[in-house]
Design a protein. Structure first.
Length: 429
């Protein structure tokens, strides 16, 4: 098998195979995020072709966000039971199936079914819990850095594809742009098939930074027990105040990123006379700075108090969102926003995963983080729907952006309530 051969060659060069797994995971999360972010380019073209309102389209995207996050804890349990590689391939297959079927849609209910339900379920089977699972299974050291790298792939995928998709949509229609996303997903599936393995023990390896090989824990055999596992872990986690602080802070994170800016930024710029390609280029700039910021966040989360990192991330994001409505939407002012906002688009993820693993342990971390990520997507769904309603009812996105900025300032104060002493004691134990 290629993975065994590559593992032997990397080991001879003193390189852990976990980095190859990170590469395959990075590519998968990148293209899945591209599929999640692509509809932001298509809102105006769909309005023109089918006559749907911004609120109608945003409703379908809100369903997608809800399922993208809601299935996360169960996706983590499925990964534990059936294997990460298998679930990645199933996820990619569902997403590409939904995208291809949507090429022929003509009714709003088809948009709701395909872009809301099917793509929401498909992307939710991997989502951010995939990165958390890989980071906690394959790495004992550098876990924060790996989570930062994989988190960066999500925002980069959501944003980096957008200028190309916007250009294709403008010149060839939204269906041509959708076919490009399908091609990228097929490439990712081939890489996963060749390189991905479930655990270091599959190759006789310890996790990076460890010296012992850890066999896979015994998993429940019945489907009922498997489906109950995330609910059982949720009941345990819900008794811990840290869980709810992380859940609500991540709700704010989702409301101020995916649901609002990713979904409505291009339409917002259109209201001020900026073409879709130009607005998408600003989002791509955010993706570039996010990649730098999230990698830096992963490095920082291995070295500093994660609560204070989250305080600064939410605070600066809130200030940047409050600045945007009062800018003149010139290239200069939007570039300033793109830099400062982009630097912490998903910089919140590595500290949140670290705090989750410290408080709940490595084996439960991916499922607990799945529930926390469900809060993120609940926030994203609220902002996606709220932004569309704001534009439809008040003819402006500004109330939604100001509300999101104020929420971020609330989140900055909220994360400082996490009990630092208890977290450190549990981490040491």
């Amino acid at each position: 098998m290629l993975s065994n051969l590559l593992a032997a060659r990397l080991s001879a060069r003193d390189v852990h195979y976990g980095w190859a797994v990170v590469g395959a995971t990075f590519l998968t999360m990148l293209v899945v995020a591209g599929a999640v972010g692509a509809p932001g380019v298509f809102i105006v073209p769909l309005q023109k072709e089918f006559g749907w309102s911004a609120a109608d389209i945003s409703g379908a995207l809100a369903v997608r966000f809800l399922l993208f996050g809601g299935i996360g804890p169960f996706a983590a349990a499925f990964m534990n039971r059936f294997g990460v590689r298998r679930m990645m391939l199933i996820s990619l297959s569902i997403v590409i199936g939904g995208l291809l079927l949507s090429l022929g849609m003509t009714s709003l209910w088809q948009l709701m079914l395909l872009w809301g339900v099917v793509i929401g379920l498909g992307t939710g089977l991997t989502a951010m819990v995939l990165g958390a699972t890989v980071a906690t299974r394959w790495f004992s050291d550098r876990r924060g850095l790996v989570m930062g790298l994989l988190s960066a792939s999500t925002a980069t995928g959501q944003l980096a594809f957008l200028p190309l998709l916007a250009s294709l949509t403008e010149n060839n229609g939204w269906r041509a742009a959708l076919l490009l996303v399908c091609g990228a997903i097929l490439l990712a599936a081939a890489v996963v098939l060749l390189l991905m393995r479930d655990r270091p023990a599959d190759l006789g390896l310890p996790p990076y930074g460890d010296t012992q090989v850890h066999p896979a824990p015994v998993q429940p055999h019945s489907l009922g027990a498997l489906l109950l596992t995330p609910l059982t872990i949720l009941r345990e986690a819900a008794a811990v105040p840290t869980f709810w602080i992380l859940f609500f802070s991540f709700y704010i994170c989702g409301a101020s990123t995916n649901g609002l800016v990713q979904t409505h930024f291009i339409s917002l710029c259109g209201d001020y006379g900026l073409a879709a390609v130009g607005a998408a280029s600003m989002l791509a700039m955010m993706g570039l700075f996010d990649f730098v910021g999230t990698l830096a966040s992963g490095w920082l989360s291995d070295r500093f108090d994660n609560r204070w990192l989250l305080f600064w991330y939410y605070g600066l994001r809130g200030l940047s969102l409050l600045y945007l409505p009062f800018s003149d939407f010139s290239l200069y002012s939007l570039s300033i926003f793109a830099v400062f906002y982009g630097l912490d688009w998903v910089a919140t993820v590595p500290p949140t995963v670290k705090l989750t693993a410290q408080r709940f342990g490595a084996e439960k971390a991916n499922i607990v983080f799945g529930w926390i990520f469900a809060g993120h997507q609940l926030g994203a769904a609220s902002a996606a729907l709220g932004g569309g309603l704001s534009r439809t009812v008040w003819q402006s996105y500004m109330p939604a952006f100001i509300g999101a900025g104020l929420l971020c300032l609330v989140g900055a104060g909220l994360v400082l309530l996490i009990n630092r002493g208890r977290t450190q004691a549990l981490a040491a134990a």
